[in-house]
Design a protein around this ligand. Sequence first.
Ligand SMILES: [Zn+2]
Length: 360
Amino acid sequence: MTARRFFPNFINLDAPYNYHEKWDINDPERYKYECATMGCRTRVFENRFGPKTSIGRGNLSFSTINIVRLAIECMNIKDKEDRIAAFFAKLDGLLEVTAQQLHDRMEFQKTAFAKQFPLLMRGLWIGSENLSPNDSIAPVINQGTLGIGFIGLAECLIALTGKHHGESEESQELGLKIVTYMRDRVVEFCERYQHNYSVLATPAEGLSGRFTKFDKKKYGVIPGITDKDYYTNSNHVPVYYKCSALHKAQVEAPYHALTGGGHIFYVEIDGDATHNPEAVMNIVDMMDRFNIGYGSVNHTRNRCMDCGYENAEKTMDECPKCGSHNVDRLQRITGYLVGTTDRWNKAKLAELNDRVIHGK
Ligand SMILES: [Zn+2]
């Protein structure tokens, strides 16, 4: 099915951070203890204020930090250690602002009444069954999560060191240091504000182009950083960078344990996956080997909307079977399936066009 329709994606319940001590293969209700994600990546599992589960809860809000801009602002510092130290100081300040902003937003959200959410707050959310229509949702809403996200780790590392984490071990080390730092601060925010904060590897459907546009305007075209129409998705190795699926897995895997708010591992595969299920199985095996939490494969799938003919060619303008031009080209952009790319923003289309296939 995933070879034909891109879904299902795969979640790795054997990854240590997706483990639940009550999970038992013989328990018909084990789904209660299974980590689940929203399609695109949002992950809700750990819980400081109730049962650790993905059921009866959700993500309330997330805000994304433009770590690329923070790095650009430090680029003129000659000494590398000083440059990196300056970056961390800026990151720290913005983490504080983000945590405070999410807290303030939650304080406002808390003032809503149960009757405003007849589905969510009248039985679906944990504890909402005890609410009367005119009760505020305050006692229930803390079951939800607040995400502190980041975008463009690759461009951030290029600004700080000259190389992204897919091409340099030193950059990878720094990348892990940055995201680990975010995770550690987020744990402190959980204590301070008493919410379920988590670090999110932001998918950035809209931000990917928005931040880049602002930064290009302010700082000009900087090679490897603002010279494209988009910033690289979260902690991903840049889509234009040619490497094996194995290398991509090894580089991206350790970030999954740090990003409890959600993450995804994508591999672009070539050819017709329906005749090559081993290619998909290979990716799933890699997820197991490297403790990748959530992953999927991308490829091309064309379908004639008149006669149902399908193939996996790069393009299919005309159906080879019936000659129809009513052709649907299935593609995935940050978790969403699109038959036509007409409605997508320029940044995401630029990213789509830059994608390279990951060989063995
Ligand atoms: Zn046809």
